[in-house]
Design a protein around this ligand. Structure first.
Ligand code: ZN
Length: 427
């Protein structure tokens, strides 16, 4: 018998935030917003009334708190990934959470957001759909412009600066960065939106979403004195900029080093990298990351990209209760996309194939919950799999897999450029 689980009910309509929870949400948000002395710049949003769509960038949990401050006392529904619901479904529904499985194209979500707008509330979307890995913009889905046009209400952006510097995805320790900043800006009025083409809406959203937390840190001269500030950075910078070896980078304290050639870099208080000996290849962390991307792109263009066959542990999240161990198996990520196969704890086989056109990006986790290490998160409309390659038995980088997912999709799009473009899956 195949394992059957009770599934999360995606069809339940969004809940209007209970009035008595609203001051509570503000009270829970404000201490952090005050502690980091967040400065909110309003542009065209001072007298704006719901309903509207609010698009936010995503670097840390603080983003939610700043959003709460920006829109209070208006009500909102928030699109939240299912892993954010674990063990607190009731609470999340009551504060307005709408559940979504990451990087899936879900028509139910559009229905829920339409309901939010009809209720006269704010539809809050984090369109990058995952935390930024190095404080720069992640890929945005093409479906966004179409969604905004469909909802026929003003489009507003909330771009936070400093949240990655304060608590980077690869090492969440709160570095006490202050002040942080946020731009809360009207991008389209209802009338402007009606007169603008989908492509132009997308273009303006992408333009508004350009941000770079490390450049912001330099510009503001904000110092991070945390002694372990570089620890975890090797998860993102997995390839040595000097000898080009992969999976040999490590970090300790403020030092990033390569186990293959021995080169070392210091992460300065201003978030820059500086080689301890010889040339500094990249002082700006996002430049190093984009260099890695270019190398992955080359492998994709040459048709040689492959993670190899990785032994993996697969956990599944059919509902918001808790992860369930599905079984052991293998994962390959190559020119065909992801293939995960294995045997569950009852001896039945399982499989998930995510081909290249079905995935424009993917969510990864670094040392998720401190349990089984780094993982890749793959979803269908009914299921969420957290797939952990075994670090004892193989070399891998989930960052490289995420970059490769985006580059494979981009190459696929370029190939199809002369043919009809399919709409970007997922939101
Ligand atoms: Zn090296």
């Amino acid at each position: 018998m195949k394992k059957e689980f009770e599934r999360f009910d995606m069809t339940l309509p969004p809940v209007r935030t209970k009035w008595y929870l609203m001051p509570l949400m503000l009270m829970l948000s404000l201490p952090d917003v005050i502690k980091h002395r967040n400065i909110l710049h309003r542009e065209g949003t001072k007298d704006l009334k719901a309903p509207f769509v609010l698009l936010c960038n995503h670097n840390a949990f603080m983003d939610f708190k700043v959003a709460t401050k920006a829109i209070f006392p208006m009500r909102a529904n928030y699109v939240v990934a299912i892993d954010g619901f674990i063990g607190r479904e009731k609470l999340l529904r009551n504060v307005g959470g709408i559940c979504k499985r990451k990087f899936t194209s879900d028509p139910t979500l559009v229905r829920h957001l339409t309901r939010t707008i009809k209720n006269g509330d704010i539809a809050v979307i984090y369109p990058e759909a995952r935390y930024s890995l190095c404080g720069t913009t992640a890929i945005l889905p093409d479906s966004l412009g179409k969604l905004c046009k469909l909802l026929r209400v003003p489009v507003v952006v909330l771009i936070c600066h400093g949240h990655h510097i304060n608590s980077p995805y690869w090492n969440l320790h709160d570095r006490g960065v202050k002040p942080t900043e946020a731009e809360y800006k009207l991008l389209f009025t209802k009338e402007e939106l009606a007169e603008t083409s989908v492509d132009e809406v997308n273009r303006k959203i992408v333009e508004a979403f350009q941000y770079d937390d490390y450049a912001w840190q330099m510009e503001k001269g904000i110092k991070v004195t945390y002694k372990k500030r570089a620890e975890g950075l090797h998860k993102v910078l997995y390839q040595c900029a000097s000898c080009k070896a992969e999976h040999k980078m490590t970090t300790k304290g403020k030092i990033l080093s390569c186990g293959a050639c021995g080169k070392e870099w210091e992460m300065t208080e201003l978030g820059q990298l500086r080689a301890l000996d010889g040339k500094t290849e990249f002082s700006h962390i996002p430049d190093w990351y984009e260099w890695e991307r270019a190398n992955v792109r080359r492998e994709v263009e040459e048709g040689t990209y492959s993670s190899g066959e990785l032994p993996v542990r697969v956990d599944t999240l059919p509902n918001a209760e808790k992860f369930i161990h599905l079984g052991e198996g293998t994962m390959v990520h190559n020119m065909n996309g992801f293939t995960v196969r294995g045997t569950d704890t009852e001896g039945d086989s399982f499989e998930m194939i995510k081909n290249v056109p079905s995935l424009y990006s993917c969510h990864i986790e670094y040392d998720y919950l401190g349990k089984y290490g780094d993982c890749v998160d793959l979803n269908t409309l009914k299921d969420t799999w957290y797939i952990y390659p075994d670090p004892e038995r193989c070399d891998f980088s989930v960052t490289k897999m995420a970059l490769a997912t985006e580059e494979l999709y981009a190459a696929h799009r370029r190939k199809r450029q002369n043919g009809p473009l399919q709409s970007n899956p997922g939101l």
